[in-house]
Write a protein that binds this ligand. Structure first.
Ligand SMILES: Nc1nc2c(ncn2[C@@H]2O[C@H](COP(=O)(O)OP(=O)(O)O)[C@@H](O)[C@H]2O)c(=O)[nH]1
Ligand SMILES: [Mg+2]
Length: 436
């Protein structure tokens, strides 16, 4: 069974009610913000039961939103059967606690949602450590909230006079937790320094395959593009890609009459208003991009802020050491283009670019051709022959190359493979290699 099947079999969190807190001055951005939040929910494998907007300039100290809205929220949670509430902004621990009391479900703020996305997307050891550190630092300030249920549920109300002792139980637990969290934070920091020193590369290198990573802003259409590129495609054999996780798909491209397989991976999107304390874990989560052979930088050309978004993504890519990876600039949402002139000007600055609509499918063939051309530059196809009894060599080839066909010539194994030219060159001497 592949990881993908395991993942989809797990029940996801119950659908959520989204709360948008929109200052009156930003009202015309409301639709945009909702789309962005929904896109983040999608990335976090969560579903949306309903949305509630609050147009309010000030932050109500106790509950963030006004008391009338809190009532409305509680009613909406009950009527939609939602299992949690997610805010598009930061909440203080006490706001979170008060809102949970009013709605009777878990309330998450924006940082918690983002942290969860990072946790889901952390694939290297280093990224997992960085995300755990950020989560603990977040949790440290909220331990009181975690344990407040102990006071209320188990001992609260009925037993009058006992509340002093009850507070003691919660307080003791918080003290204990606080110490544990502090210790773990110290050890995580130390471990992160060691890992950085070792230049740890725990990404399962999918050598032999051409790795393409989708990068770009949240809501640019990366996941939609990934689906439309792969859904119609002919897929290669499953076992070649047994290590793929749910965010990767294989794509077979036709490169001038020759089939070429590439692995396409969706990444966590660049997020507007990324809280500063999450930047380190965001970068660590993206580090896997460094292993890519090609980046598809997806930009939303239906937006007037396209240029700024492109510039932000470029600068982050440079910061994390991905500035030199070949890139195809993909101007997505051509069906809703904001300005043809703007896109034409932006295209002039790019070596390779395509204007597509992941929604209608326009331009996707051209994009596939561009990807295939890049992939062809890097991969070689060859036929290798070696004694079938040499299981170690067969395993080595399977781990490092894509096997297109295999047959036996008596006791000789004959494999038609596609791999990085260096991998094929290294087989020389251990097998008879004929380039194709
Ligand atoms: N009009 C239009 N909308 C699109 C297109 N591609 C994606 N979208 C929409 O943009 C939103 C964000 O898409 P998504 O793939 O989740 O973005 P991601 O955050 O980059 O993965 C969704 O509402 C999509 O339906 C497109 O080509 N045209
Ligand atoms: Mg996405």
């Amino acid at each position: 069974m592949t990881k993908a099947t395991v993942r989809t079999a797990l029940p996801g969190p119950a659908p959520a009610v989204l709360v948008l807190t929109v200052p009156p001055a930003e009202r015309d951005e409301e639709k945009e913000r909702e789309a962005e939040l929904r896109s983040l929910m999608d990335t976090a494998h969560r579903s949306v039961a309903a949305t509630l907007s609050q147009h309010l300039a000030r932050n109500v100290a106790a509950t963030r939103i006004g008391s009338g809205k809190v009532e409305e929220l509680a009613a909406l949670v009950a009527s939609s059967g939602a299992g949690e509430v997610i805010f598009d902004c930061q909440l203080t621990p006490s706001q979170q606690r008060n809102l949970e009391e009013a709605t009777k479900v878990k309330v998450l703020d924006y940082d918690e949602l983002i942290l969860e996305i990072f946790a889901l997307n952390a694939r290297t050891h280093q990224a997992r450590l960085a995300v755990e550190l950020a989560r603990l630092e977040y949790a440290k300030s909220r331990l009181k909230r975690l344990w407040s249920h102990l006071d209320r549920q188990s001992f609260g109300g009925a037993v009058t006079g006992a509340s002093g002792a009850v507070g003691g139980v919660g307080e003791k637990q918080i003290e204990l937790d606080r110490r544990q969290v502090r210790d773990r934070i110290v050890s995580l920091r130390r471990e992160l320094i060691e890992v950085a020193a070792r230049k740890d590369r725990a990404v399962e290198a999918r050598t032999g395959c051409f790795n393409v990573c989708l990068v770009g802003y949240t809501n640019a259409g990366k996941s939609t593009l990934m689906n439309s590129l792969t859904s119609a495609g002919v897929v290669a054999e499953d076992r070649l890609f047994a290590t793929l996780d749910t965010r990767s798909s294989r794509l077979r491209l036709d490169a001038v009459g020759r089939a070429i397989d590439v692995v396409l991976s969706d990444t966590v999107g660049f997020i507007r208003n990324l809280p500063p304390q999450l930047i380190a874990s965001f970068h660590a989560t993206l580090a896997e991009v460094r292993e890519a052979d090609l980046l598809l930088h997806v930009a939303d050309c239906s937006r007037d802020v396209m240029e700024q978004q492109i510039a932000t993504v470029e600068s982050v890519l440079t910061q994390i050491g991905c500035g030199d990876i070949p890139q195809i600039m993909v101007f997505n949402k051509a069906d809703a283009i904001w300005s043809k002139t703007l896109v034409a000007t932006a295209r002039k600055r790019q070596k390779r670019s395509a204007v597509v609509s992941a929604r209608t499918g326009a331009g996707l063939d051209e994009l596939k051709m561009l990807i295939a051309t890049e992939a062809l530059k890097r991969t070689t196809r060859a036929t290798v022959r070696f004694p079938a009894a040499n299981g170690a060599l067969a395993a080595h080839i399977r781990a490092n190359a894509a096997v297109n066909r295999e047959s036996y010539d008596g006791s000789t194994a004959v494999l038609d493979i596609t791999a990085d030219s260096a991998v094929i060159a290294a087989l020389d001497g251990r097998a008879v290699v004929v380039a194709r």
